[in-house]
Ligand binder design. Structure first.
Ligand SMILES: Cc1ncc(COP(=O)(O)O)c(C=O)c1O
Length: 422
């Protein structure tokens, strides 16, 4: 065992790893040139010991930061049973399902591994449910302009953004994209698009990938009513915005609608892959024994970690923190926006899901911030997205924002000096 560890260690210098990856990995990721080796609290450390304050948390996954004592304890206690498959019972899936059902007010849970898989399962459920109700013609889906639901074929089919879809077409047919902007016109568009052929409508309660865009409650109400009118299911995708990110356990609790199917993933297993879709009573007979499955979904280690996480969410202090620290974060960013309205167009978000839309492409801002020891990303070309761990401190936010202001001003100047090209 020790010998093998030594073999691995001797080849893990950063330049070795970069060389190996460039030779042996499919080149699907444009990685930042940093290699992390450990973390503590909200800080990650690279192979040279340089510290980085984490404002992206593995894209919304590492909500308790790194090396959290409660995570460490569960990992140790559960080391003797990591996986069983779904051929057998283990002690934790039922307990976790009960917690998710009680927290959401829905009825039953299916466990999978990722966000895309939870969306995939929800879409399958919708079609199967309609068929079981003998509504054979109801096979279509309605999704939103600017949506992102994942990279598998079904999830990609309800993802609007052309750049993700194009190489893989034809995707599943009968998907209609509608605009969630707040003009009466669009409400009419939604009412018309959700019709007798619609199996389900899928909406991110707060759109993440397209730049942290909360969907207006009035629009959600129109969609909810239209779904009820034509017996379509309303699927809310809370893979990114759910599970405490907004200061509530589920983001839809900030709205006046309730979904028929709720997709969650990202932080659910605290870093061990775990996803789920949670289903309202009316649709639970959509999937019967043998209709859907997963080898890994809902394994003992992931479920045990998730139980610990939900326990913490329900204890309350963590959620209070997210609300309070999130308000502080957005307030400070708002002040920065008012100091530089020509550079920062808008600050959006809820809790610790925060977006700052720039008036210029922001990739170079994120890159410069990484060099300065702060992790964040630029999404939808112009939006700086922040998904920090729920344990982030106000002092850490404040330190990051001081540096960010300097970097934004510098990068905007550079952008201008290039004549407005990135
Ligand atoms: C709203 C939403 N849905 C689905 C997904 C896909 O999740 P995964 O990458 O775990 O498949 C993502 C990923 O970012 C997401 O933000």
């Amino acid at each position: 065992m020790e010998a093998q560890t030594k073999v691995i260690e001797s080849s893990i210098t950063f330049s070795n790893i970069q060389q190996l990856e460039s030779q042996f990995l499919m080149q699907t990721y444009a990685r930042n040139p940093v290699m992390f080796v450990r973390g503590k609290g909200s800080t990650l450390y690279d192979d040279r010991g340089k510290a980085y304050l984490d404002f992206i948390a593995g894209i919304g996954v590492n909500v308790l930061g790194y090396d959290h004592p409660r995570v460490r304890r569960v990992l140790k206690e559960q080391a003797n049973l990591l996986h069983t498959s779904n051929l057998y019972y283990h002690q934790y899936q039922g307990l976790l399902a009960e917690r998710l059902v009680k927290a959401s007010g829905l009825a039953r849970v299916f466990f999978c591994n990722t966000g895309a898989e939870s969306v995939e399962g929800a879409l399958k459920l919708a079609r199967a449910w309609q068929r079981r109700q003998e509504r054979e013609d109801k096979t279509e889906f309605v999704a939103l302009v600017n949506s992102f639901h994942g990279r598998t074929m079904g999830a990609l089919s309800v993802t609007a953004q052309e750049k993700y879809r194009k190489p893989f077409e034809p995707l599943i047919s009968g998907v209609h994209f509608i605009d969630a902007d707040l003009s009466e016109n669009d409400f009419a568009e939604a009412r018309e698009a959700i019709n007798e052929r619609t199996a389900a409508v899928i909406v991110e309660t707060i759109q993440g990938e397209s730049g942290v865009r909360p969907i207006d409650d009035r629009f959600l109400q129109v969609v909810r009513k239209a779904c009820d009118r034509v017996n379509a299911l309303l699927i809310l995708d809370e893979v990114q915005c759910g599970l405490g990110r907004t200061g509530k356990i589920f983001a839809f609790e900030n709205t006046s609608v309730k979904p028929d199917v709720l997709c969650v993933a990202k932080p659910l297993g605290l870093g061990v892959p775990l996803g789920a879709f949670i289903v309202a009573e009316k649709a639970v007979d959509g999937l019967k024994t043998g209709d859907h499955g997963s080898t890994f979904g809902g394994g003992p280690l992931a479920c045990r970690l998730s139980l610990e996480f939900l326990e913490m969410l329900q204890e309350g202090q963590l959620m209070q923190r997210v609300t309070e620290v999130g308000n502080y974060f957005r307030k400070q960013l708002g002040k920065m926006q008012r100091r530089h309205p020509e550079l920062i167009k808008e600050v959006r978000g809820l809790g610790l899901m925060v977006g700052a839309e720039m008036n210029f492409p922001c990739k170079s801002v994120a890159t410069k911030m990484i060099e300065q020891g702060y992790l964040m990303n630029c999404t939808h070309d112009t939006v700086l997205r922040f998904l920090p761990p729920y344990i982030i401190k106000k002092s850490e936010i404040s330190a990051m924002l001081t540096k960010l202001e300097e970097v934004i001003v510098g990068e905007a100047r550079q952008f201008e000096s290039r004549g407005g090209s990135s």
